[in-house]
Design a protein around this ligand. Structure first.
Ligand SMILES: [Zn+2]
Length: 242
């Protein structure tokens, strides 16, 4: 069920105490020269939509812009401070709870959002509102490891596959060569175990970690389906808790 398409009369009847709201949280940031800035927004939204269809879980409107200041050197990147994202999702969760939906999953599409969402979830828990963070690339880590050369890439095979399956027209496959970042296989730089990179551009000039050349829409569909199945199972469990 799509929250934003309900009338208030329908919402009054549909939003049950056992419902688990799905709140997609995205980002608008560098995803290389070949993928749209809203890659994380689209992937989070698609996984949440697919999950909502499996269990009729209420799908809330997507929070589009996240914590992406570390991509600021790449044109088009937008960001909000972590405390703004925290306050915003907390407020949405409180509003949903006022209508009886006190269980929610933040369907996160961007790793930079995680700590702000985690802080929000901890504050909300003390108010009797139970929010959990679902990150599709974490939930299907085994499948990704078996499928992709670099499972947790940024704008590489994993994310390019997702966008090929959602909005293929937004992928510029002619720029794959330019996008591939040779030798960049992990996020960040570490010296003696200490993270020393503040911005993405410090370790990847193209903004990419990994190589999109083996991406395919079939893989993206597989990732979405596996993620949605996982999240649907989690929501079923959460819904049954007293
Ligand atoms: Zn991304």
């Amino acid at each position: 069920m799509r929250w934003m398409d309900l009338s208030w009369a329908q919402a009054k009847n549909s939003l049950q105490e056992t419902a688990v709201g799905l709140l997609p949280v995205g980002s608008v940031e560098n995803h290389g020269p070949h993928l749209p800035l809203a890659t994380d927004l689209y992937t989070a939204q698609r996984v949440a939509e697919a999950t909502s269809q499996l269990g009729d879980w209420p799908l809330l409107p997507t929070v589009p812009v996240g914590v992406s200041e570390h991509h600021r050197q790449f044109p088009g990147t937008l960001w909000v401070p972590p405390m703004v994202l925290k306050a915003y999702v907390e407020s949405i969760a409180r509003a949903a709870a006022s209508h009886g939906v006190r269980r929610m999953v933040f369907v996160n599409g961007h790793g930079g959002n995680t700590s702000a969402l985690d802080m929000a979830a901890r504050v909300l828990r003390d108010e009797g509102i139970y929010c959990y963070i679902f990150e599709w690339w974490v939930a299907i880590a085994e499948l990704l490891a078996a499928t992709c050369c670099i499972p947790h890439d940024h704008a590489g095979e994993m994310e390019a596959s997702m966008i090929l399956s959602i909005y293929p027209d937004l992928v510029d496959t002619t720029r794959y060569d330019e996008a591939a970042a040779p030798g960049v296989t992990t996020w960040g730089i570490r010296r003696n175990g200490v993270s020393v990179a503040f911005d993405t551009i410090d370790f990847t000039p193209t903004g990419v970690v990994g190589d999109p050349s083996a991406a395919s829409a079939e893989k993206g569909k597989q990732f979405t389906d596996a993620s949605a199945n996982n999240l649907h199972e989690f929501c079923t469990w959460l819904s049954a808790q007293s």
